[in-house]
Write a protein that binds this ligand. Structure first.
Ligand SMILES: Nc1nc2c(c(=O)[nH]1)N[C@H]1C(S)=C(S)[C@@H](COP(=O)(O)O)O[C@H]1N2
Ligand SMILES: [Mo]
Length: 325
């Protein structure tokens, strides 16, 4: 079994160290724009996931860390920050796991979120105004990629249910459709015409209202780095990772079941529900176990990624493959 150890990043002292260096770096950069950064500072920037480019300050940075909601407990160690922020899936920036550098080209401010479709009043909200209106908290969640790697992350953000409430969906709305940014200049992958950009994902209104559905703005007690989906992404921990869209710019309430990017490309392998279930293999590999980022340990995969107590009631038949790919 997994032994719960004290996590390095939780210790005040060790967390304060990269933060202090980060603040120094910003002061340094403000005073010497265009100066060549010492290699040590660059290395630190990558390690701490401090992604904000010069002149692109994050006005919500002072709100972190958010108070942890203790309802969401892990049965395993948190993934080291350096691993969770350097091994990524973000096809807008390339098909490899190593897109950290490429993702830094994405401008994060200004960033507008459009909420439209079947809502009382369609609107566009600045990301910082949205964050300041939402009930902010930290949650420790597991994440399970359909490719069978997994991590455990302290996400910062707010319940998706709070955004649904703000949106005031009409009685006809049955689904939420999430659309990610489109920026072919910053994201070279979006020039690969083979993919139907922008990235799209969706959930039912009932799934969106579930306590587990979380909108992420940060991780490890600070704003999320670009490679992990800043400034706004989803965390749907009972579903395969591709459902958790990153770089979200538009949320549409609709009566049409959204077709995600992966479903559009390969609907026989990537479906709408994509709930984690070790009993249903991907057509090309087993889903019975997963590899933990960091330790590399292989552990058994759990039904709904271990979150059945929260979400099992949403799905009427645990033997119906429709819900599990
Ligand atoms: N916009 C966008 N969102 C995305 C993806 C992507 O390629 N583009 N990849 C998905 C997949 S397959 C996974 S596993 C997670 C990875 O998130 P991480 O890089 O923060 O670990 O993001 C998901 N969200
Ligand atoms: Mo994934």
């Amino acid at each position: 079994m997994w032994i719960r150890k004290t996590r390095g990043w939780e210790i005040k002292e060790s967390r304060a160290t990269p933060e202090a260096v980060f603040r120094d770096r910003r002061r340094f950069m403000a005073g010497a724009a265009g100066a060549i950064l010492a290699p040590g500072l660059l290395a630190c920037e990558k390690e701490a996931g401090a992604d904000t480019a010069a002149g692109e300050a994050d006005p919500t940075a002072d709100l972190y860390p958010f108070a942890r909601n203790e309802r969401y407990q892990l049965d395993r160690d948190l993934t080291p920050e350096a691993d969770a922020t350097s091994y990524n899936n973000y096809y807008e920036f390339g098909t490899s796991k190593n897109i950290v550098k490429a993702a830094q080209a994405l401008p994060l401010r200004p960033w507008a979120i459009t909420i439209d479709g079947m809502v009382a009043q369609p609107r566009t909200i600045d990301i910082d105004d949205l964050i300041k209106q939402m009930p902010l908290e930290e949650r420790l969640y597991r994440h399970r990629c359909v490719e069978a790697w997994a991590m455990a992350v302290p996400w910062s953000g707010f319940p998706l249910a709070a955004l649904v409430k703000l949106a005031e969906p009409t009685g006809d709305a049955k689904f939420l459709r999430f659309e990610s940014f489109m920026n072919t200049e910053a994201a070279p992958g979006q020039s690969e015409a083979w993919y139907p950009w922008p990235y799209v994902e969706g959930v039912t209104l009932a799934e969106a209202a579930n306590d587990l559905s979380f909108m992420v703005t940060g991780m490890y007690g600070k704003p999320a780095p670009k490679q992990n989906g800043a400034p706004l992404r989803l965390a749907l921990p009972w579903k395969y990772g591709f459902k958790s869209a990153k770089g979200i710019q538009r949320i549409t309430f609709t009566d049409q079941q959204p077709v995600g990017l992966w479903e559009a490309i390969q609907g026989s392998e990537y479906g709408f529900y994509a709930n984690v279930n070790p009993a249903f293999a991907h057509p090309r590999w087993s889903q019975a176990s997963e590899r933990l980022l960091g330790s590399g340990e292989r552990v058994p995969t759990q039904l709904y990624n271990g979150y059945g107590e929260f979400v099992a009631e949403l799905y009427p038949d645990v033997n119906d493959r429709r819900y599990f790919y």
